[in-house]
Design a protein. Structure first.
Length: 77
C-alpha cells in the first residue's frame, strides 16, 4: 500500500470512530435524561407516600371502644 492509501484509510477510520463516539454520546444524553426523569418521578412518589404515612398516623391515635349495637342489646336482654 502506498502512503496515500494508508493516510486515506487512517482518515476514514478516524471519521468512523468520531461518528460512533457521537452516536454513543447522544445515547448517553438520552439515558441521562431518562434517569433524571425517573429520579423526579421517584421523588414525587416518595413525597406522596410520606404524606399518606403522616395522614394515616395523625388520625390513628387510638381506636374507639367497641359498643354494642341496639340489636345486639335487645337479643342479650
Amino acid at each position: 500500500m502506498s502512503w496515500a492509501s494508508e493516510a486515506v484509510a487512517a482518515i476514514r477510520k478516524i471519521v468512523l470512530i468520531e461518528d460512533r463516539i457521537e452516536r454513543v454520546a447522544n445515547q448517553v444524553n438520552l439515558l441521562a435524561e431518562t434517569c433524571r426523569d425517573l429520579d423526579r418521578r421517584l421523588v414525587r412518589l416518595e413525597a406522596k407516600f410520606d404524606l399518606i404515612e403522616k395522614m394515616a398516623t395523625a388520625g390513628r391515635k387510638a381506636l374507639p371502644a367497641k359498643t354494642q349495637s341496639p340489636r345486639i342489646k335487645k337479643r342479650s336482654n
